[in-house]
Design a protein around this ligand. Structure first.
Ligand SMILES: *Cc1c(COP(=O)(O)O)cnc(C)c1O
Length: 465
């Protein structure tokens, strides 16, 4: 399998190189040059497999010669062994045609663990083989950071630097990053928003000499391997609920568009997904875009669902590439225009095509609290604010043609957002036992200004310590 950049000016690479590179050097994102498609009988043959067995079958076409089937099986077994539920991604029925898939049973309690628990060891394996080291730099709106740190801590070939927007992540989210005691882990509090953090990371990648000097790499959802690993649970839910013999919708609380793009990929692989619902909070750039066909960047507002406090959804570029028939020149023009003016308008025929699959729905904070209450009253389940948005969005915008079902993705454990949950339901969710002392562990973090040069100096000084 070869990978091409959405902007068409970066070298075509194999899987191992794409994983280690993260972002393409033309500023684009890597995608497979062709989507592997499973036939109906191949989908049926996945029934009854364990999550790990299914993961190998879904991911094998993407890794090409970079990993043997055995290597891949070892990686996924070890990754899922760290989850605290034997099903890895259990499904719960919450209505006549509605399911909830719990993606928060990994070490850091958010869906990010599904991909990062595979990506961390994968990096280490590929680097050790190649005799290389990398400096992983990532921006987090809250959950990627801890998941990446947990996956990369104490790995000899990796230094990891995580940027988060100071004061804009929950206490639990921050502490999951700052209390990790490992010398290769560097947690950096940026004076700015998540979009500022993400722009800083992109600016580091845009400086080729710095990039080579420190061996820069990324584990943000711009890294293809994360998308690939997330396709697994869409396939898992689909197969468990009767694919390929009936249609599905998924509802996904969305920020950077990485999770829901994995759903799109599952569809390209032949899973009969007929609806993908984008759940938004007040930072509703994607929902507005779906409604109007115009993407207009606004100021990021802090909300009760901080992992979605994003106005620039990086992975949308991958969808744009597909929508434009893989015409990289169109993508370059669109992205350049958006960068300059904060505005992009999709041609109306493509907008209509998009609406054939995608819908958006937004909830403000009051509606999110109301949703958490309602879900608790009707199902007995306590859900986090992101999940609540997804469930309501799925109810409003999910389609249920002839026996179809909607699966909402529970992206975080409620204990990650105890204040919001308590405000909504009156009950303060407890952290799992293994994290019970989180709020009293000592913190380590460093403040950095929103400035590329200053950040470069901090990274240089932190390497190999
Ligand atoms: C990261 C995250 C999201 C958003 O996922 P994207 O892949 O960025 O769209 C939603 N909910 C939670 C809890 C998250 O951690």
């Amino acid at each position: 399998m070869r990978y091409v950049s959405t902007r068409g000016k970066a070298p075509v690479l194999g899987f191992d190189e794409v994983v280690l590179a993260g972002l393409a050097n033309d500023g684009g994102l890597y995608v497979p040059d062709d989507w592997p498609v499973l036939k109906e009988k191949e989908w049926r043959s996945l029934r009854g497999l364990s999550h790990a067995e299914l993961a190998v079958r879904i991911m094998l076409p993407y890794v090409g010669a970079a990993l043997t089937e055995e290597d891949l099986a070892d990686l996924v077994e070890a990754a899922y062994a760290r989850f605290d539920h034997p099903a890895v991604a259990p499904l719960r029925q919450i209505g006549p045609h509605d399911w909830l898939m719990e993606l928060f049973h990994g070490p850091t309690l958010a869906f990010k663990d599904h991909a990062l628990q595979i990506l961390g060891p994968l990096f280490d394996l590929l680097l050790t083989r190649a005799g290389r080291r990398v400096a992983i730099v990532g921006a987090t709106s809250g959950d990627t950071g801890s998941a990446a740190i947990e996956a990369c801590r104490d790995r000899a070939a990796i230094d990891i630097f995580i940027l988060y927007p100071k004061g804009r992540v929950s206490d639990v989210q921050r502490r999951q990053m700052t209390t990790v005691d490992a010398s290769n882990v560097h947690t950096l509090a940026v004076d700015g928003t998540f979009d500022d953090c993400q722009a800083l990371v992109k600016s580091l990648f845009g400086d080729p000499s710095f990039r080579d000097e420190v061996g820069l790499s990324a584990v943000n959802s711009i890294n293809w391997a994360r998308i690939m690993a997330q396709v697994v649970y869409y396939a898992w839910a689909g197969v468990a609920l009767g694919a390929p013999d009936r249609p599905f919708g998924f509802s996904v609380p969305t920020g950077n568009f990485g999770n829901i793009f994995a759903g799109y990929v599952a569809r390209r692989m032949g899973l009969p997904i007929d609806r993908l619902v984008v759940g938004s909070n007040r930072n509703d750039i994607l929902t507005r875009f779906l409604e109007t066909g115009v993407m207009v960047q606004e100021k990021v507002e802090p909300t009760l669902s901080p992992s979605m406090d994003i106005q620039v959804s990086s992975n949308f570029e991958r969808l744009l590439f597909e929508m434009h028939g893989r015409d990289a020149a169109e993508v370059r023009a669109a992205m350049e225009g958006f960068r300059q003016s904060g505005r992009y308008q999709i041609p109306s025929d493509l907008h209509q095509e998009l609406l054939g699959l995608f819908r958006g729905h937004r909830l403000d904070d009051d509606e999110t609290l109301e949703a958490m209450r309602l879900i608790r009253d009707t199902t007995g389940l306590t859900v986090d604010p992101h999940t609540a948005i997804g469930v309501v969005a799925g109810g409003v915008a999910g389609r249920r043609d002839e026996g179809g079902v909607t699966v909402s993705l529970a992206t975080a454990h409620p204990a990650k957002f105890p204040d919001a949950v308590e405000r909504a339901t009156g009950v303060r969710p407890a952290l799992p036992d293994r994290l019970a002392d989180l709020m009293t562990r000592p913190e380590r973090s460093r403040e950095v200004p929103n400035d590329t040069r200053a950040l470069q100096a901090v990274i240089r000084a932190g390497l190999g310590r």
